[in-house]
Design a protein around this ligand. Structure first.
Ligand SMILES: Cc1cc2nc3c(=O)[nH]c(=O)nc-3n(C[C@H](O)[C@H](O)[C@H](O)COP(=O)(O)O)c2cc1C
Length: 362
């Protein structure tokens, strides 16, 4: 009998052989310059975490229009490509692999964060509840502008262009951010998508933009270096949906067509059943998907080991544990105690709470 797999067993992901099954989850840390250029601090942060089987970068706007938070790095111009090159080189020198998370926030933005003070764009002109952080402080969300049908190919082109920039920057692949209430998720959900054209109404229509983005990004990378992240239970960013089970059942089954590097499902929202729409058993999605499957949210060494042994996922993505433990695989291997993450420094800028969490040897 073969031995049970553990979180430290090697795994294949697209063309890559990963030494372990820990993915570093995408984590926005707001340490770039105000025009979205990655810097030395970010090089050191990612270098420290290069022992992850796979690093997924922080969400990275594909265009100025895709931006929704100050000090997030972009991936659409030469200076940003150069900044990221230093990061991918540092990760590769330590033997790691890094995918870039491609991000368009849609309505989760504000004119203060948009080029020429424009309105944010969305599937429909529906204002999210709540507030947004700008460089001038907190502001109420505004009512976004619904994208014209003729503009949608330009949005797809933003993703294609950014995917090409990510290739020039030396990444190993890209993850399309289809989660957490941002543009692609806004299209998927009937609470935020009230369109009556070919991008709204039926589930197939609401999923059309996601699939077009996958095609465009795959034309640059090959689909086996492209991952997709979804968050079926997540109410964050004022997301609601009348039938998430049907929507995500359809989307996940269709994703089998693309021969992706992986599907990444975050279970965020599981602890508040019904918050984003009628509850369903998210573990069913594992059965529907035939490729490499990453799961996430709240996993520990123990629960991750059980999930891998029971074949509920191929990899586990860790967010807060990777923020606080740069050498997380090593700590799991040695069953060593973990540093506690400090939430007050998640987004505050600077080195503190970013590159000063000690590794075991320290
Ligand atoms: C500080 C912080 C920033 C995050 N930024 C992103 C992001 O950029 N993209 C994304 O898809 N999810 C983001 N998330 C969600 C995480 O990827 C992850 O799903 C979440 O932290 C739950 O996993 P965990 O319990 O292992 O931390 C973020 C979470 C935190 C705490």
């Amino acid at each position: 009998m073969s031995e049970a797999l553990t979180i430290l067993s090697p795994v294949k992901l697209g063309p890559y052989e990963l030494p372990n099954r820990l993915a570093m989850a995408p984590l926005t840390r707001c340490r770039a310059s105000s025009d979205g250029i990655p810097n030395e601090l970010m090089v050191e942060y990612y270098r420290q975490r290069a022992d992850a089987g796979l690093i997924i970068s922080e969400a990275t706007p594909v265009s100025p229009q895709g931006k929704g938070y100050p000090y997030t790095p972009g991936i659409y111009n030469d200076a940003q490509i150069q900044g990221w090159q230093a990061i991918t080189s540092a990760v590769h020198e330590k033997g790691g692999r890094i995918f870039l998370q491609l991000w368009h926030v849609g309505r989760i933005s504000h004119p203060l964060l948009q080029p020429e003070g424009a309105l944010p764009v969305a599937p429909s002109a529906l204002k999210p509840a709540g507030q947004v952080l700008t460089e001038q402080g907190m502001r109420d969300f505004v009512t976004p502008r619904a994208l014209e049908l003729a503009e949608i190919p330009m949005v797809v082109e933003q993703y294609r262009h950014a995917a090409d920039c990510a290739r020039q920057a030396g990444f190993d692949g890209v993850e399309i951010h289809g989660a957490n209430g941002y543009l692609l998720d806004q299209f998927l959900r009937d609470g935020t998508n009230r369109r009556t054209d070919t991008y709204g109404g039926s589930i197939a229509n609401r999923a059309r933009l996601l699939f077009e983005v996958i095609e465009a990004v795959s034309s640059v990378w090959g689909s086996d270096k492209v991952g997709v992240r979804l968050s079926p239970l997540q109410p964050f960013n004022d997301i609601r949906e009348s039938d998430p089970k049907a929507t995500f059942g359809y989307v996940v089954e269709q994703l089998n067509r693309f021969n992706l590097a992986y599907l990444h499902i975050t279970e965020m929202g599981k602890e508040m059943p019904g918050a984003a729409g009628p509850a369903f058993n998210i573990e069913d999605l594992r059965q529907l998907y035939h490729g490499t499957y990453i799961t996430n949210a709240g996993y520990t060494a123990e629960t991750a080991t059980a999930a891998i042994a029971e074949n509920r996922a191929d990899l586990i993505a860790f967010g807060k544990l990777f923020i606080a433990n740069p050498d997380l695989p090593e700590r799991f291997a040695r069953n060593a105690p973990l540093n506690e993450p400090d939430a007050s420094t998640f987004y505050q800028g600077g080195a503190q709470g970013y590159i000063d969490y000690p590794a075991l040897a320290d």
